[in-house]
Design a protein around this ligand. Structure first.
Ligand code: C5P
Length: 377
């Protein structure tokens, strides 16, 4: 029944995009909070362990879905795993590439949000729409119309406006979140003097608890670099996965996620091993707070929603959905978290970014490997 199918696909598509939009803003704010909130009882948690934990959770959830899909019969679940993952080894091996890139990207996400405020991170990360468009053109044969190119140029203009604004105050557009703690210098004879620091920073522990790098310029550069590399990885991996779930073999989305998850865990283990000394000293879950666990949970859940959006919508529409989350998180971080109000230049830049994304999303695509349900209408 075509009508039923269309409605069904449409609801998956719309739902995944809406959920993704809410998930992205919650994730960005919580992750930023988990890295920068001041907690005397905690050392900062180890990023690679958080990425590993969310990968394990994601694979666990995917296995759970497979079990439900197999009628909750263990033998049937194991049979499907054996056939689709181990016998079908060539199909499984194809997922090693995006798994590697996603593990790198997910680690970079934590680094970016440890060094940039939420709004700058999100707006800059919108450049992934450009990389996604290029990879969609090269790998999926989607052709861009002049309006798409116009939207992409506007996007870059908007992002640079936000960036120029961010660097002009030397500390991102949200310096209020990152007060600089004063340094204490011990003088001969045991007396101490307090040097520098902002009023808000007084009495807080050293800045490395709240910001990965005490030098805000270096910190900002590191954050921006992490975002740029993520844009390339996100564009390529997203389109690669979209291609796998939309054409070629009939391997189901759940199986694709399991194949991806197995490799992701292997790569995440390699990343964790680079922190082995710190883990031996303080334990695997050192520094985990409730916020950290929520980040792990939301990151795992978000990954699965992303895969649904890639199958039933597409990567460019996914970008459109996440740009809506910029508005949400900017408003929440200003109104609820008490961050500095966005400046006029930031608002203009962000408005251009969002408008260009909407323009892109609403302009019909030509060519490509579209399946039912992949258009916006
Ligand atoms: O920012 P971007 O949209 O590229 O992020 C994609 C996220 O979705 C990554 O965290 C990645 O690990 C996750 N993902 C997933 N399963 C997929 C595809 C992406 O968990 N099948």
């Amino acid at each position: 029944n075509r009508g039923w199918l269309k409605t069904h696909l449409l609801s998956y598509k719309t739902l995944s995009l809406v959920v993704l939009s809410v998930q992205t803003s919650t994730m960005v704010l919580l992750l930023r909070y988990s890295r920068t909130s001041i907690n005397f009882a905690h050392q900062p948690y180890i990023i690679t362990t958080a990425v590993f934990s969310s990968e394990v959770l994601k694979l666990g959830l995917s296995l759970g879905f497979l079990h439900i899909e197999s009628g909750k019969v263990m033998k049937a679940t194991l049979n499907r795993l054996y056939e689709d993952v181990f016998i079908n080894i060539w199909e499984t091996l194809k997922l090693a590439i995006p798994a590697f890139l996603y593990v790198v990207q997910n680690n970079l996400l934590f680094i970016a949000l440890s060094n940039l405020d939420a709004a700058t991170y999100q707006v800059t990360y919108q450049l992934k729409i450009l990389t996604t468009a290029i990879f969609s053109w090269v790998m999926l044969g989607k052709r861009l119309t002049p309006i798409h190119w116009l939207a992409l140029c506007l996007l870059m203009l908007g992002v640079s406006l936000v960036q120029v604004e961010g660097s002009s105050n030397g500390n991102g557009s949200n310096s209020k979140v990152l007060p600089v703690a004063p340094e204490v210098e011990v003088l001969e004879g045991g007396d101490s003097v307090i040097l520098g620091g902002t009023e808000e920073g007084a009495g807080f522990p050293p800045p490395d608890i709240r910001n990965e790098h005490p030098n805000t310029e270096v910190s900002r550069l590191l954050g921006i670099l992490a975002v740029f590399v993520s844009c390339i990885s996100s564009g390529f991996s997203g389109v690669y996965f979209e291609r796998l779930v939309k054409r070629g073999t009939q391997t189901s989305l759940i199986i694709r996620n399991i194949q991806l998850g197995m490799f992701s865990i292997a790569f995440a283990v390699i990343a964790v091993s680079s922190d082995s000394t710190a883990i031996k000293d303080g334990g695997f879950f050192q520094g985990y707070s409730v916020a950290t666990w929520m980040v792990v949970l939301i990151q795992a859940f978000g990954g699965l929603v992303v895969s649904v959006a890639m199958k039933y919508a597409d990567n460019i529409l996914k970008g459109f959905a996440t740009s809506l989350s910029i508005v949400m998180s900017t408003l929440v971080s200003w109104l609820v978290l008490g961050d500095a109000a966005p400046s006029t230049q930031f608002v203009v830049g962000a408005t251009i970014v969002i408008s260009s994304t909407v323009l892109y999303g609403l302009t019909p695509q030509k060519g490509g490997v579209y399946t039912a349900g992949s258009q916006l209408s």
